[in-house]
Ligand binder design. Structure first.
Ligand code: ATP
Length: 594
C-alpha cells in the first residue's frame, strides 16, 4: 500500500474530473500512482483501461517501475502509461494514418539524432539559397505546428524559419517517410477532428486519462483532449503546478489547461501544499518569491532539515562553487553525487565543468565529456563502460536506450522491439562482453576499440543490422579518440570508469540547466550566473517572459533539500544581480540557519 497524506488521499478520491494544483515536492508521482492503482481495480472486469500521460520517457519509466512494485498483474495490464507522442502514435497514427492522404503509408519518427534530419534541413535551406548556420538546426528542431496547421515555435517566431520553409520542411520530412514530434500531434488532432469514430473508440477504451504536468501541455495536446472529451466517456485527472510552468518556448499553455478544466467542469479546489523535499528555510524562500494560497509548507523528514540558504556575489561563477559551494557540502557532509549546480544556459556551465575537471572534481554535465556526445558510439560505450566497471551496476535500461538510439542511427529504423525480450537479450550479451573486455583490455582506449568491434558483431548476430557495422563503429571510436586528444585527455591513462562516469553519474557533481532540473531533487543546489541578462534573459521584453523567468528561478530553488546557494557575479559589470534574488528576500552573504 502507498501511504498518502490526507490532502493526497482526498484528491485521489475525487470521482469527477479534477485539476490538482500541486506544489514542488508534494508527491505528484505518488498521487498519480495511487490513483492509477485504485482505478485499475475498478476496470478489472471491463474492457476499459486507464491512460496516464506524462511529459518525458523518464517519467514513464518511473511510473511503470513503481506500478510493477506496488501493483498486481492486472494493474500493469490495465494501466497504459506513455508520453503524449507515444499515446498518439499507438492509438491514433499507427492504426489510422491511412485516413490522411498526405501521410506516408508507413513512417518512422524523425529526431535530431537521425542523420536525415540535418540532410532535410540542408536541402530546405539550399532550396531557398541560404547557407546552413550554427543555429539553423536548432531553429528547425524547435518548429511546431499549431492547432490550425500553421508553423509555430522559437525557430519560426524568432529564428530563420519562414512559413514557406516550414511547409517545405514538412513536405520533405513526409517524402522521406518520416514524421517529427510536432507532426505526430498535429496529424493525430486532424484525424480525431475529421473522423469522430476514432475519438469515440479511444474514449470508449479509456475510462480515465491521468495527465501529469498539466502546465506543460500545448494547444494541440489540449485540443486532442477536447476531442476525446466530446464523447463524455473519459474522465480527466490533471496534476501540475502553474508556478512551475517554464516551457512556453515549447508551446506550453497552462492558461489553456485551466480553461479546459473549467470547460469540462473539473474540480478546481484541491491542492497539495505539503512539500516533502525541502527544509523550511528553502520553502520559505520559495514562498517569499511566489506566494501560494494555501501556503506551501515542509512536511515529513524535510520539516526537520536544517537549511542553509546563502546568497553570494562573486567575481566569477566558478568561485561560487570552489569558495562557497564545495566547502558547504563538506561542512554538511553532503556527497558530490547528491549535489547539483544549475545555470540558465549550457554556455554558463561548460567553462565551469571544464575548470572543475581540471581540479579533478568529477562532474556530470555539459563540457564534462571530452568528446562530442552525439558521436555514434558514445552513448552505448558510456553505458557499457559503467556496467563494465561496476559489478553491482546492471544498467540494463540505460543500455537498452543507447542500443535503441544506435540501431536507429545505423539503420534509420525506429526499432521499439529493442525494449522487448529480443532487445534485452542483446543488451545483456553486450554487458557481459563489456565486462570480459574490461578484463582483457583494462585501458580505456583499447577497451573502446574492442567494444566497438564486439558491438558490431553482436548487432549482426542478433539480426538488428543487415551487415556488421564494424567499420562505422571503429570510425566512431576514432572520432572519439580524436576529440579526446584535442581536449588534451591523457589517453594512455584513460580508464574505463572515465567513460562510465557519464552513464553512471552517481558520484559526480551534476551540472544542469535550470530547465532540465525540473522534476529532480538534490541535497544541495547552487544556482550560478544569477544575473540580469541571463535571468531574465536580455531578450525578455514582455511581462509574461519576465514572469516565466521568475518561475524558472522558483523551479531552481525548489530542487534543494537542505543547502541552497544562489550566486550572482560581476564577470560582466553591465549585468546586475537577478531581480528575483531580492524578490525571494535573499540577503548578501546571509547564511541563514532557519
Ligand atoms: N505521503 C508521503 N509520505 C512520505 N513521502 C512522500 C509522500 N508523498 C511524497 N513523498 C516524497 O516526496 C518527495 C517528492 O515527491 P515528487 O518527486 O513526486 O514531487 P513532485 O510533486 O513531483 O515535485 P516537483 O513538482 O517539484 O518535481 C519524494 O521523495 C516522495 O517520495
Amino acid at each position: 500500500m502507498i501511504s498518502l497524506t490526507e490532502e493526497q488521499q482526498s484528491a485521489v478520491e475525487v470521482e469527477k474530473h479534477l485539476l490538482l494544483a500541486a506544489c514542488p515536492g508534494s508527491g505528484k508521482t505518488r498521487v498519480i500512482l495511487a490513483k492509477l492503482l485504485g482505478l485499475a481495480d475498478t476496470v478489472e472486469k471491463s474492457p476499459r483501461f486507464i491512460g496516464c500521460i506524462t511529459y518525458t520517457n523518464a517519467a514513464v519509466d518511473e511510473i511503470e517501475s513503481r506500478l510493477r512494485v506496488y501493483g498486481t498483474n492486472t494493474s500493469t495490464e490495465k494501466c497504459d502509461v506513455s508520453t503524449i507522442h507515444s499515446f498518439c502514435l499507438q492509438h491514433i497514427l499507427r492504426p489510422y494514418s491511412w485516413l490522411v492522404a498526405e501521410l506516408p503509408p508507413t513512417f518512422k519518427v524523425l529526431t535530431r539524432e537521425i542523420a536525415d534530419f540535418e540532410q532535410i534541413v540542408e536541402a530546405v535551406e539550399d532550396h531557398f539559397g541560404r547557407a546552413t548556420m550554427a543555429r539553423t538546426f536548432d531553429d528547425y528542431e524547435s518548429l511546431r505546428v499549431d492547432v490550425h496547421g500553421e508553423p509555430a515555435g522559437d525557430g519560426f517566431e524568432h529564428g530563420i524559419v519562414t512559413r514557406d520553409s516550414a511547409i517545405l520542411y514538412w513536405e520533405f520530412v513526409r517524402a522521406r517517410g518520416f514524421l517529427d514530434f510536432a507532426m505526430i500531434l498535429f496529424y493525430s488532432l486532424r484525424i480525431l477532428r475529421e473522423h469522430p469514430f476514432v475519438a469515440r473508440g479511444i474514449a470508449a477504451r479509456f475510462e480515465w486519462l491521468l495527465v501529469d504536468e498539466f502546465q506543460d501541455t500545448t494547444d494541440v495536446q489540449l485540443a486532442i483532449f477536447r476531442e476525446l472529451h466530446r464523447h463524455l466517456t473519459t474522465k480527466f485527472f490533471m496534476v501540475g503546478d502553474h508556478n512551475q510552468s517554464i516551457m512556453s518556448f515549447a508551446g506550453a499553455r497552462p492558461d489553456l489547461a485551466q480553461e479546459f478544466a473549467t470547460e469540462i467542469g473539473a474540480e478546481l479546489d484541491y491542492s497539495l501544499t505539503a512539500n516533502f523535499r525541502s527544509a523550511p528555510g528553502v520553502v520559505n524562500t520559495a514562498h517569499t518569491l511566489i506566494a501560494t494560497n494555501p501556503r506551501m509548507h515542509s512536511e515529513g523528514k524535510a520539516k526537520d532539515f536544517d537549511a542553509k540558504v546563502t546568497y553570494v556575489h562573486v567575481s566569477q561563477p566558478l568561485n561560487a562553487i570552489t569558495e562557497h559551494f564545495l566547502p558547504m557540502l563538506q561542512d554538511e557532509g553532503i556527497e558530490l553525487g547528491n549535489a547539483a549546480v544549475l545555470a540558465p544556459w549550457w554556455t554558463h556551465l561548460i567553462p565551469v565543468a571544464r575548470a572543475l575537471r581540471e581540479f579533478d572534481i568529477p562532474v556530470f554535465g555539459p563540457g564534462a565529456r571530452p568528446y562530442r556526445r552525439r558521436r555514434l558510439l558514445a552513448g552505448l560505450a558510456e553505458q557499457l563502460g559503467a556496467c563494465a566497471e561496476s559489478e553491482h551496476f546492471l544498467g540494463l535500461p540505460g543500455v537498452e536506450k543507447a542500443l535503441f538510439r544506435l540501431i536507429g542511427d545505423i539503420t534509420g529504423a525506429t526499432r521499439f522491439d529493442v525494449f522487448s525480450y529480443a532487445g534485452r537479450r542483446t543488451a545483456l550479451a553486450l554487458i557481459y562482453r563489456a565486462r570480459a573486455c574490461a578484463t582483457a583490455h583494462p585501458g580505456g582506449k583499447a577497451w573502446l576499440y574492442q567494444i566497438a568491434a564486439e558491438i558490431a558483431e553482436q548487432l549482426y548476430t542478433d539480426g538488428w543490422v543487415p551487415a556488421p557495422p564494424t567499420a562505422l563503429l571503429e570510425a566512431s571510436a576514432d572520432e572519439m579518440v580524436r576529440d579526446m586528444r584535442a581536449n588534451r585527455v591523457d589517453l594512455e591513462n584513460l580508464a574505463i570508469s572515465d567513460m562510465g562516469l557519464f552513464a553512471n553519474p552517481e558520484k559526480a557533481l551534476k551540472l544542469i540547466t535550470m530547465h532540465n532540473s525540473k522534476g529532480r531533487e538534490f541535497d544541495a543546489v547552487a544556482l550560478i550566473s544569477m544575473n540580469y541578462g541571463h535571468l531574465p534573459h536580455f531578450s525578455s521584453t514582455t511581462q509574461e517572459q519576465y514572469d516565466e523567468a521568475r518561475r524558472l528561478f522558483y523551479v531552481g530553488i525548489t530542487r534543494a533539500k537542505k543547502v541552497l546557494l544562489v550566486a550572482s557575479d560581476f564577470s560582466d559589470r553591465r549585468n546586475r544581480p537577478c531581480p528575483f534574488i531580492t524578490e525571494a528576500g535573499l540577503m548578501l552573504g546571509g547564511s541563514e540557519d532557519w
